[in-house]
Design a protein. Structure first.
Lengths: 352, 352, 352
């Protein structure tokens, strides 16, 4: 006798446009999370690493790494949104709206904003807008995500298609909400590890972040559990051995965090991710792969009413098992080069 | 010249009934431990994950996971009790008596309550009652454990046998001491991730917890060191390569924690382990094994003077490399099915 | 187009005697770091493990493990000093000057105190004195290190050689600055796990620390990232596969920490490393190696004006894949025995 109390996740036909899902397990982030995040990725941005550094410029204390916030909120959505996903298709309109500090508690809700059944009737695309809030109900994060989800029953009727068109990029006028007014005179560029301010970067500039980092099963599993992300493909070798890849897949967020940590070398003052304009996990990553990264500055933008900070729109590309001296990306036909695993479009914030 | 200052652990003849052992290394548990515990097992119970959730219902802040308390206390006993153990035979009468919060410091003592030499005179069974206390001297945990320990010298005389008879189960009237009076009206079942209260479960009900988690060497080693547990078999591949299994054994407590974390899916409101009635590590677990779990409700019990919470007696079974849709346990002859690694008898507490 | 904003580290000709390097990324150490350090090495010294234990004797709270302080400061120096190192040649005159507690923020500077080009003109030895300070500018750590660094261009002219002569050992009269005046009457030797005080050790005494610990890739990588140490050889299998060892090298500091943690068994009251007189990484260590350790007391010394504590000068030797019952060290010809990986000369502090 099975109780039916254990959840198997939602299927395509369980979603309806306008539906709001309240995700389980609010999470108090602490100094412990900051430490483990550092141990897993080795990030070196001074703002997130040092309370006195952050206080000197105007934060109450060091903020939590933006991606730890993202992964925590994202992880909460997995049991409701993507447990039966075939593929994670994309992100857009992701904005970091308020700094998160140790002691803050994050919870998340998602609104279904689009649905489109696939022609083969075995799956469909679910579009959600996910919101992460803190213990005071203030929004800390917002993003749109679309994901291909299996149908429980191919005979279920298709919903009327609703296909949102996310913005191609977040409007730079709206950036910087998570950054207090900073006193850049007190920003110590020696301690930050880079002399390059916002104005020192130009569109078209490419930066090889040089270093590579080899991933281990224990590392990506610990990371993904830290986010309480329950996607089976990351954890269950017994099941994965029967699947397409024969191996556990690394959570794409681990690759994002590694690439971001590597990007310190060349973008050392880009202390804040203000927005993720879009992102694609181009190819899977597995334990044993070595991740490299490079960036291209796509655009520079002032931020309205901010003399302290400016924004760079950057393409951050992660590549596996291949150094990035020649910036591998797409070939003439527009296909991704061998080894490219992540193509991320970010707004970064730097001191002016 | 060897100093003799390094300890090699006690042998069977070093124990005497009535002896009290004060275990070394008190341990201040912190937010760091809570984080690393989450990273190692991925537990998702809202009560341990969120300070606001816990405060809303009546805790001063989120309590530390009961099993982190158990493993911390247990770990302290290893150098004195089981460094020369042949086998860990069982647990009983384990009660969680007071909530532990980050900042609390745990220390442990054990009283020898029984001794029985084995017929072959090479070893004997040692029974201890271990008590974990906090920095104020308040008991937080108590349990009976029996373990087969080698003799230093087979010629040593056997002690008079004393064989305690632990209770078959902890009396439900005594449960719940570690749970403050809760305001269940303020318990958010959406955030908890399950709508099922105490009264929604019935004896005989079985729950497949569905997910599987593959263990890595680094994970179980980090976990076991976190508990300052020094049992050699978990850490020393150079020595284990010469042994029966040729591999490091996973600390049984890691399996308990994994099974408990997996049990969230189906028992999401069972936020507290009030007691461990008994437990057996049926077969060893190794890195590379995938752990699944299922539960059977054995009994439901009200708790005296508590309208807020009720107790479920649950058999929690962990199985390796085999999904649990058909609830593998024992065959007709009473033998454990292939793959069963843990058979644990728990009292769980849920909101009424 | 490469921006040149990413750093490739200094080469031999980039250093000048008297030059002071301010290292990037100050780091606030927290309870999270204490936890992860425990999980990685399993250290059991009561002073670092328990706030009440430390407070009882006179610390404001438990101090952070001395080696976590060392590795954190050392890690900051890597991008500036040793990214292009051929070999880490030695340490000397390392003194721990002030206790570090969770919440303290460490930053580091190094002064170049010596330079000597090698005869082959492809590299040279760089001598630095590194200082770690806390958020108040107080020195917490100081050490001399020398490292062989590649030249960018073999044709670069050699600098005038300056070769410092570090002290053979730190003067014991200067030890103990990091230890407050302790009330040894309140030092609980049961909870410390050892009855042996400073006066119970004698020069010439050797101690086998018995246990062995097998290292995993994930463990040493997490440890080394925790210290924000960016040395490529520890992380990049894709590149290392082409190198001399075909594998990632374990950061020598991981071996130091493991040996120190193992040394608890026999030196349980040696709660503080007051100084590192010298150290050599005799041979590389790789994932899969099992690390054992033994110690020899070289010298005992009272500390001026301290009736509470005394110092032991100890050689701490780590050996891989070989138990230490017969204390492997050097053969008659002075060569290190097979398996020896670390030869460290320490001043340890114990209660009198």
């Amino acid at each position: 006798m099975e109780a039916g109390k254990a959840k198997r996740g939602n299927y395509f036909e369980d979603f309806a446009v306008g539906q709001v899902l309240v995700h389980a397990t609010p999470r108090t982030l602490t100094a412990g999370d900051v430490t483990l995040y550092t141990g897993l990725y080795g990030s070196r941005f001074a703002m997130q690493s040092s309370n006195p550094f952050a206080k000197a410029v105007g934060y109450p204390r060091a903020p939590v790494d933006d991606l730890l916030v993202f992964h925590t909120v994202f992880g909460k959505t997995v049991p409701d949104i993507s447990l039966n996903a075939v593929a994670n298709l994309g992100y857009a309109e992701c904005r970091f709206l308020k700094a998160v500090h140790p002691g803050d508690t994050l919870s998340a809700t998602s609104e279904v904003i689009g649905l489109r059944e696939n022609a083969n009737k075995t799956s469909g695309v679910v579009y959600v807008r996910t919101t992460g809030i803190n213990q005071d109900g203030a929004k800390v994060l917002e993003y749109v995500r679309w994901v291909m989800v299996r149908k429980r029953d191919t005979a279920s009727p298709a919903p009327a298609p609703v296909v949102p068109k996310p913005a191609e990029r977040v409007d730079p006028a709206t950036l910087g909400a998570a950054v207090p007014e900073l006193t850049i005179d007190r920003y110590d560029f020696d301690l930050a590890g880079s002399t390059h301010r916002w104005g020192d970067y130009a569109a078209g500039e490419k930066i090889d972040h040089i270093d590579g980092m080899t991933l281990e099963e224990a590392e990506h599993q610990i990371a993904t559990r830290l986010y309480q992300n329950t996607a089976k493909v990351h954890f269950n070798q017994h099941e994965q051995a029967q699947g397409q890849f024969k191996r556990r897949l690394v959570y794409g967020g681990v690759v994002i965090s590694l690439a971001r940590a590597l990007s310190f070398n060349g973008l050392g003052n880009a202390f804040h991710i203000a927005a993720i304009n879009g992102g694609r996990h181009v190819a899977p990553c597995f334990a044993g792969d070595t991740v490299y990264a490079w960036s291209e500055v796509l655009e520079t933008a002032a931020i309205a009413n901010r003399r302290d900070i400016g924004a760079l729109r950057v393409r951050l590309v992660a590549v596996k098992n291949c150094a990035c001296a020649d910036f591998p990306w797409r070939n003439a036909a527009g296909e991704y080069a061998e080894g490219v695993i992540l193509d991320l479009d970010l707004w970064l914030v730097l001191p002016r």
